[in-house]
Design a protein around this ligand. Structure first.
Ligand code: MEZ
Length: 526
């Protein structure tokens, strides 16, 4: 049936729905629901990793293949360095820019290498805000407790404490650099409420928060004249005879040449894995999110944690086809947008944690209460016009300009018509195990941002990712810089890779997958 006909139920039921309040799930209800419907619990999607530091652990098949995959580097590659530096930062998103800026401020010689252009990252696409406990009735302790609850109590307490405590100073740093967070009529920082949070705590720049932060960070990296290697994908790390990290091999994507960088310390900030399209899910992630840092750190011997849990953001676009998987910010639900099934009913408290909301949407669709598009996709409605009805005409346009534009290109006015959504692969909850300064078990190798794991437990709260990037980008940059000052450049070898390859052979594990993947296969011209 035509989408415009199907939409009518949302308009018809709006007044009745406005009178309803839906309770949040109790912990027991939450457990039952997600075990039944959340993609993390589909056993057939998982398998054991055959070798390496996480041998025997279970993860999704797509990630297991990348971890066990084959390096593109020949054993006899000439390792004469084209560049030498104190700190090599890999990744040009939020964590990478923050790490590079802080390492530079400490006086280190820094190179920032990035697979695509500076800023091409999930950070730039982050819409709904950054959680920081700055409101008078809020505190880092409350932020800590909310995050712990959201993460099923599986968060690393040390990492979490550092993140919430340093939030306010990070916000100050960003404001001093020029980030224009939204303010109220008195000029105070305006805070919004996100799913799973007990207090309004999101600092926003309408729904362009990541773009605004990255505008400023990118400018600062350029102002500070930090040397950049763009279109340079890291394809292998380098190690000395003791297994310490001593640099990296990059692939110059323009000239298809390997470029060797000698570095006293390396910080991996390569982001997430959305473009592995786990379980066939569409994704909100940018094209470079192929889990490169996970594979590289793993080959060096770094342990990964919580790599069996992923975040499927409740609201990925389902219609029109051109937008499939694109994020429809949680901000819309934070401001009161209802989720509505084919019968016109609400079915979950829209501000419950993301794992609960996504599981509920999947339940509605599996039990026949979803809405099917003409191309056979399924989803539920997000009642966006409700915001204008509740808060006055123009609210959607004023608060969600990015969303309005995203849909307007396809002739859809989201202030007049609801949008169809379904969970989209958004975030990797786990990653490389780190300490509070982003340090890994591998000497001189640091990891920051989505590539790291442990902080968010089994379900990240909205807005904690941008804060994570800034806090651990800063801490890893500062520490890597100090460490570089007291370290001499180690030998450049591929000793770790030889060992990894021999282990792979023992397990008969030639997966045929090149790792890192760099870009998803469907973006390449064959
Ligand atoms: O932290 C996020 O993932 C976020 C703010 C997303 C969004 O819905 O806007």
């Amino acid at each position: 049936m035509d989408i415009h006909v199907l939409q009518q139920i949302v308009h018809k039921t709006r007044d009745d729905r406005r009178k309803q309040t839906l309770p949040k799930c109790s912990p027991a209800e939450r457990d039952t629901l997600i075990k039944k419907y959340h993609p993390d619990f589909r056993e057939s999607a998982y398998r054991s990793i055959r070798f390496g530091p996480n041998a025997g652990d279970s993860t999704v098949r797509e990630l297991a293949s990348v971890l066990e995959g084959e390096s593109p580097i020949p054993d006899d590659l000439d390792l004469t360095p084209a560049h030498s530096t104190d700190v090599l930062v890999v990744g040009g998103g939020g964590a990478g820019c923050a790490a590079a800026l802080h390492a530079h401020t400490q006086g280190a010689k820094v190179i920032l290498a990035t697979k695509l252009r500076l800023g091409d990252s999930n950070s730039v696409m982050a819409q709904g805000g950054m959680q920081v406990a700055v409101a008078p009735d809020d505190s880092p302790v409350t932020h800590f407790l909310d995050t712990l609850k959201g993460g099923h109590m599986k968060n690393d307490h040390q990492l979490l404490k550092v993140m919430v405590d340093e939030g306010p100073s990070i916000a100050k740093w960003l404001i001093e650099l020029g980030v224009l967070f939204d303010r109220d009529a008195d000029g105070n920082l305006h805070v919004k409420k996100g799913g799973g949070s007990s207090k309004p705590r999101l600092l926003t720049c309408s729904d362009y928060t990541g773009l605004e932060i990255m505008r400023v960070l990118k400018d600062e990296v350029l102002n500070q004249k930090i040397p950049l290697l763009e279109f340079s994908a890291v394809v292998e790390l380098l190690s000395d005879e003791q297994g310490a990290c001593t640099g990296a091999v990059l692939m110059d994507l323009d000239n298809k040449r390997f470029v060797v960088v000698a570095a006293k310390t390396v910080i991996l900030c390569t982001g997430g894995i959305g473009r592995l399209h786990i379980q066939g899910f569409p994704t909100s992630n940018h094209y470079g999110a192929t889990g490169d840092g996970l594979a590289l750190a793993y080959r060096m011997g770094a342990k990964l944690v919580q790599i069996d849990t992923f975040q499927y953001h409740p609201s990925g676009a389902v219609y029109p086809e051109q937008l499939i998987g694109a994020l429809v910010t949680e901000g819309i639900r934070s401001e009161g947008g209802h989720l509505v099934n084919a019968k016109g009913d609400r079915f979950v408290n829209e501000l419950d944690t993301r794992d609960v909301v996504s599981s509920s949407i999947i339940r509605e669709c599996e039990e026949g209460r979803g809405i099917r598009t003409m191309s056979g996709r399924i989803g539920v409605w997000l009642d966006t016009p409700l915001l204008d009805v509740e808060q006055g005409e123009g609210t959607v346009a004023k608060h969600f300009p990015a969303m309005v534009r995203q849909y307007e290109r396809f002739g859809i006015d989201i202030s007049k018509d609801p949008v169809l959504i379904y969970p989209t692969l958004h975030y990797q909850n786990g990653g490389v195990q780190i300490g509070v300064n982003g340090e890994t078990k591998i000497q001189n190798l640091f990891v920051a941002g989505e590539t790291s794991g442990g902080l968010h437990g089994r379900n990240r709260l909205m807005g904690n990712s941008l804060l994570d990037l800034m806090v651990f980008g800063k801490r890893s940059g500062t520490t890597a810089s100090a460490q570089a000052a007291s370290t001499s450049q180690g030998n450049l070898t591929l000793g770790h890779l030889r060992k990894f390859r021999s282990e792979a052979r023992k397990h008969g594990a030639a997966s045929g997958v090149q790792s890192p993947m760099i870009l998803p296969a469907y973006t390449r011209k064959e």
